[in-house]
Design a protein around this ligand. Sequence first.
Ligand code: PBG
Length: 306
Amino acid sequence: MVRETVLTPDDFIYPLFVVHGNGQQRPIRSMPGQHQWSVDLLPQQAEEIAALGIPAVILFGLPVTKDARGSENYAENGIVQQAIRAIKDAVPELVVVTDVCMCEYTDHGHCGILDDRGYVLNDPTLEVLQQVVSSHVEAGADIVAPSGMMDGAVAAIRQELDRIGATNTAIMAYAAKFASGFYGPFREAADSPPAFGDRKQYQMDPGNGREALLEVALDAAEGADILMVKPALPYLDILAQMRANFDRPTAAYHVSGEYAMIKAAAENGWIDERTVALESLTAIKRAGADMILTYFAKDAARWLKG
Ligand code: PBG
């Protein structure tokens, strides 16, 4: 009766990894319980997710080939474009969010086009992101989520959405994305580790809270509809300040490393998985998240239904 924060399945967005092929449900070693799915198996997944009361999924694609520009990223029949169509055909009411980034598609694994010294070329990268967004919208995406931390990405995407008349598509900005070790398991899941260096050129320094809020303010001003912080638990202070200072829906990404740590400790019998997972998600909501991207979405929805 007096509980202030109540978790429900409609708080969650479930990440899905999509691969080419047929009948593929490949376990992701670094994330026990998570899989890479081929497109033919997605309708059944979508139905299961929707039946649990989870309103949305976010898609990550693994292309057939990678190149310097990441061309499958904006191909009409790219893996994510196929996945969007399959899900929207099967369960139209399930909200489809797409990750808009280059790292899964480029041969060097960085989130932008590189110059010959290995530095990201920010503005040429924005043109690629615009192409990606157009192809996702064309396929039926409801929300596009730029995750590469390129300067001006939200403005460029807003401009592209206006240009193609996509007035019903929303932008979920990875506004405060930290250069985090907690993304480790994801880079195996999405086959996206940088071939050299790290992502500190474009992602946030974990020590910089004020700069993170500046990044959030820029994305809000550029026209983001939803603002995200990532990872979640180590950055609850940033999340709480976002909620207090910006009147936009706020999202938090409970990332792969946060998931994997709970799984690993639970498998060793050191903590109780269900208790710790629900406690983590409740804390993220209490700190200010209106929605949580989490690999626990399906399990947590089942647990909450009791
Ligand atoms: C792509 C991207 C990453 C994640 C989401 N989108 C990886 C990265 O930035 O290295 C991480 C998600 C997770 O760890 O669960 N830019």
